[in-house]
Design a protein around this ligand. Structure first.
Ligand SMILES: [Zn+2]
Length: 135
């Protein structure tokens, strides 16, 4: 009796030059990874196996990921906002916020940048005393 083995890959396009990541046993795992990597597609492989574990046939199906079928928690983000002029920016990493603040305060004398973190949907929380003020 032949049987079918199914596994999933995350991939960034349907081109032959695509990047793939996997394999995963379940679609949910592949989808979570695809979203983390900002890949737009899943690839489902079906191996039709013979009794002696020989692959008889391979089918592959691309599935384009929709906008947000599986809600994922928002990643931690860092928000910087200048208390003096109101200029603001959003960063993925705290060190980027620090570099942004360094440059802004270097280019604009006496400006003071405040830092906020945003986790999930709890809104912004200010990180006080995040920089040593060199007055
Ligand atoms: Zn400023």
């Amino acid at each position: 009796m032949a049987y079918t083995e199914t596994f999933w890959m995350a991939c960034d396009s349907t081109e032959s030059t695509r990047a793939e990541y996997g394999p995963f046993a379940t679609r949910a795992e592949a989808e979570a990874t695809a979203r983390r990597l900002r890949f737009g597609y899943l690839l489902r492989y079906e191996h039709v196996m013979e009794e002696q574990d020989e692959i008889q046939d391979v089918r592959s199906i691309f599935i384009e990921l929709g906008e947000h079928p599986i809600p994922l928690p928002l990643p931690l983000q860092w928000h910087t906002r200048c208390a003096s002029c109101g200029l603001s920016a959003i960063h993925d990493h705290s060190w980027q916020a620090e570099v942004w603040a360094d440059i802004h305060e270097f280019e604009n004398q006496r400006h003071f940048v405040r830092l906020f973190e945003r986790r999930d949907d709890k809104g912004l929380r200010e990180i006080t005393h995040w920089r040593q003020q060199s007055a």
